[in-house]
Design a protein around this ligand. Sequence first.
Ligand code: M6R
Length: 612
Amino acid sequence: MCGIVGYIGEQNCVPVLINGLKSLEYRGYDSAGVAVLSGDTIGIRKTKGKVDNLSNLLLNEPISGKAGIGHTRWATHGAPSDMNAHPHFSNDDKIAVVHNGIIENYQELKAELEKKGYVFQSETDTETIAHLIDDYYKQGHDILESVRKTLERIEGSYALGVLCTDYPDQLIAARKESPLIVGLGKGENFIASDIPAILNYTKKAYILDDKELALVKADSVSLYDIDGNEIKKEVYTYKWDVEAAQKSGYDHFMLKEIYEQPKVVRDNLAQRFSEDGKSIELDGIKLGRAELENINLIYIVACGTAYYAGLVGKYLLERMVGIPVNADVASEFRYKEPLIDEHTLVIVISQSGETADTHSALKLAKSKGSRVLGIVNAVGSSIARDADDVLYTLAGFEIAVASTKAFSAQVVAMYLITLHIAMELGRIDNDTFEEIKQAMDLLPKQINDILTKAVPKIRRFVNKYIGSKNVFYIGRGLDYVVCMEGSLKLKEIAYLHSEPYAAGELKHGPIALIEEATLVVGIVTQEALFDKTKSNIKEVKARGAKVLAIAMQGNRSIEEVADDVIYIPRTHWMLTSLLANIPQQLFAYYMALELGEDIDKPRNLAKSVTVE
Ligand code: M6R
């Protein structure tokens, strides 16, 4: 939800800002803009649309300077437009601001500022920040103090970058509930919503915490708390290299990330088993027998794809451990007074670690005394920092808005957690553990096999059904969860209406929508439920549906009812979700490709949903 970047140093900042904004486009791409200090003026260029539009604008109306801030927007207050694009600026053009977050009390502040004579040019909440800083500045405070005083007045979330013409050697940054880092270079420093924006220049950064400010100069960075006291922080060194944030020859990040899955799964497995392979080690998380015996309920909370990974965990934990498991999307959980206490283990799952609803759910769970285990991909993110225990999913950067490799890593995390709890509580024996471990060890190669073999078949199927407007996904048990994820992927990148249904529910209503040539994806990897789902597929076939089935190798009788079948390699029943999902990712990808959609940046979406 919006990305910000800033630079101060010896180079012309404009290319640095543009490169940074391009890497941050996954956070929003409704409009983009830069503010650049040059001499005693700030030059502002901003425009509706993607960063490429901004680059074109800068070609026609160039600016340059050694300090600047930039922004790529996911619109909340005010439609995507040139005027609502950031940076916003004070009426005398002396102060420019970029902002990621939401100012909840902006209407009161706006009314107050208008009474004082401030004229608003945009419909955004952010513009109040520029005028409020200006108001304090005009009262005689220096720019840092003016920003600090402004932060005391605003309610909501922010990551901010501020420039002022009277302080050409500095930029100011601040954060609360929206991520922000201060990148540390040699004779140059940066601010950014996320490390890919500055990875070309540095891997070292301060990760700002809530209500912290940074005064950033070319050769120094000073950090302050919200009361104005100077503070010290450790420098964090990111391990990723520049390549991780590039497409590396793939047409889209999504495709690159799909193909990275064998490695992601291998990395996760390599680091999670003890040396003798007989137990699981979860980054030192203290969930031993004593802690687990204190738990009588597990609650899994997340959003979108991460929630579906959580649902896989719910099925597995209930079946293999025998503890009741509730699962909720975070936006529901946080407003429903959940029945949780100190005997509840709350598992929150998030790729970005910044999803606002999931973060709030975490805080609610902690306030009720529950222990919170975070399954997080982004190191040092808000959720990772606030959870009691963190299991990192080791998926590396995920840049495409549609989550693929992060989902697989989250599902593997659920496998590991289930096995760990089941072993600690004595719910499975060593032989079962060994059997599952052996099956898990095969997963990277099996994913690779699917990626190699399934693509031609899927492309043929996509070409056959390219005109479809509605797609149904049906399955039972764990297969039903896979349907939910497959359906979401198709919606978000191919813009096709699709519905996931528990196959047994079809007769209770949705089968009325099946007509000649309606496309149905049937997931049938659960041996115990095979005949049941096969019957449901027969029912939709009888009403004219065209069916793509995803089944386990060996279950060839599915060909009697399906038009096309993708087989996944045989595996243990608890591991099928991971494999069955891979063809679905490819199906959504190639469907979107054939339809000519913008796969990595689907409309209306952003990768990291930092507003509720
Ligand atoms: O960063 P998070 O895992 O918390 O994000 C949760 C959802 O916003 C995310 O999974 C979303 O549904 C994806 N775009 C799905 O592909």
